[in-house]
Design a protein around this ligand. Sequence first.
Ligand code: CP
Length: 312
Amino acid sequence: MRGTWNKKDLLSIYDLSAEEINMILDTAAEFKKVSERKVKKVPALRGKTVVNFFVEPSTRTRVSFELAEQRLSADIINMAASSSSLKKGETLLDTIKNIEALQADIIVMRHSTPGAHDFISKHTNCAIVNAGDGAHSHPTQALLDIFTMREKKGAIEGLNVTIIGDILHSRVARSNIWGLLKLGANVTITGPATIVPKEFEECGVQVCYDLKEAIKDADVINLLRIQHERQNSGFFPSVGEYASVFGVNDEVVEKYIKKDALIMHPGPINRGVELDSSVADGDQSVILEQVTNGLAIRMAVLFLVSGGLNND
Ligand code: CP
């Protein structure tokens, strides 16, 4: 493996170099082999304590982090915000300082406030791993998406990736855009203008408001969930109208996309909105393979931030 890992935390893909992203992907490829073995466990994090602290709901990210920690032989504590002393008015920083006082090594956190992880990382010696912060960043989701693209297509450089949907409220979109551009992909975003701001062109992506034009040359089509919980006003007339203009159905797949284009979605899916069930469960969908790869990516991230390479 090339390069050295010298970051305490994983806060955002924005902070990573192309070399660091590739180091995570290469490490994940090795850990994916562990999950394919009869005995799916290695002692890489033996003696380390990981606290999973999810202040927002999660299925895929929370379960795969916990499974990754088990596979690496860590000691694990799961904390839910609803049953923590945050409910009694304790600050986030005091919560983290108390977890540190109990000699945790790594804190995996999901929080609704953008930048919460950057703030606490400056005040603790624990490694902080961002499992999603508001609409800002979701680095392990982007890493597993990019890992899946690389595994299926061989390389990221020169790949045409189209992201469809609620870019404005999506930490997944931002993280994918940062990571894909660093690795040399061509990124197009599409959806209603109210949730796909033209200003994103300043990041180096193409903004296109015509679905068919946006997907015709795509090697990868990444569909995003309409995030009703982060929208405080109507960004389009109705869910039905969104589905009829930007939803991906059998007709779109048959007539307008390449036969070898990958259909991706970070989940959870709104079936019948971003995509029809026949597409989500169809031949070009790699949605569940993304979930499988999330385990390998999270094993790699935990290993690297724990100083795994340096302990060899
Ligand atoms: N993709 C994703 O972050 O899913 P969860 O919210 O279920 O973790």
